[in-house]
Design a protein around this ligand. Sequence first.
Ligand code: COA
Length: 306
Amino acid sequence: MAAKKMKCVKVEKKGGIAWVWLNRPEKRNAMSPQLHYEMDETLKVLETDPATRVVVIAGAGGYFSAGQDLKEFFRANENNPAGRKAAAEAANRWRWERLYKYDKPTIAMIEGYCVGGAFMQLCAVDFAITADDTVFSLSEVNWGILPGALVSKVVSDTIMPRKALYYCCLGEPFDGVEAEKIGFVNFSVPKEELVDKTIELAQKLMAKSPAVLRATKHAVRQVRTMDFDQSYDYLAAKGQAIKVGDEQDSYNTGLSQFLDKKSYKPTFEPFALKKGKKAAKKKAAKKTAKKKATKKKAGKKTARRR
Ligand code: COA
């Protein structure tokens, strides 16, 4: 992780998952400019970090996020156009450009509050899981602005138009169960199951071929705004592109494990991943070392016999 000490973001890595915690629980994880700069940097680093295979965005202290910090992001920058622009750029970059096109699978784990500007990262990630009792609110109308940056746009793109209008115009809170019903999240679960369910999903994702998964998530997003001819072209090209530099040689491995080895059924599960280059190298080095040790032992025995 970045060497600099972070004040508003905490990262924990375990078993291939990088847990990225918005970390201002005393402010319900409201997003200050500093938090945006740190999130932007953190996501940039994790995208190419070999130990990170899935990124989970969550909020410390049991709160996802109370949205933009009304004091530090809005009021404090009122008469500071340069500061406001820099903060807005970082805010939009991590909450949209980075997450929407991220090269690794991303999950939002949502509990406590998810308000206003936090809907940007909620809609940008690939998957979202919430606790049943989370309070969601598009509160902007209640305090005097419209859902800005890209909130109105990504909310209308994610859920049904009537629901988007209702919640944006009324600013009424709703819970996790409703969030699942209208398509904001994949699953709503009892709070005590939230972490386990998140890990379960991350593990399912890590069992897939990274190259195929990456191309698939990019493809599903990109074709939404293409016509049929463009989609044919894009998907054909993307399909070919997967094969370049794919450590798993996914297409051939998948077919061979099903057709020749008959070791799995693609309808129900992914093919078994080959060990990564590093792991294979380590295994080979271990084998060589063992061979050397056996040889040495045998040599000593012969010498003793003489
Ligand atoms: N911006 C700035 N500060 C915020 C904040 C926000 N979005 N949300 C919470 N805080 C601060 C509070 O001002 C308070 O600070 P203080 O301790 O210095 O007084 C602290 O966080 C705790 O908030 P509090 O309101 O006491 O907690 P709560 O648990 O009773 O209520 C909320 C939590 C989220 C329901 C409530 O704080 C709220 O409605 N916040 C505004 C959310 C919002 O409209 N965000 C949209 C931004 S686009």
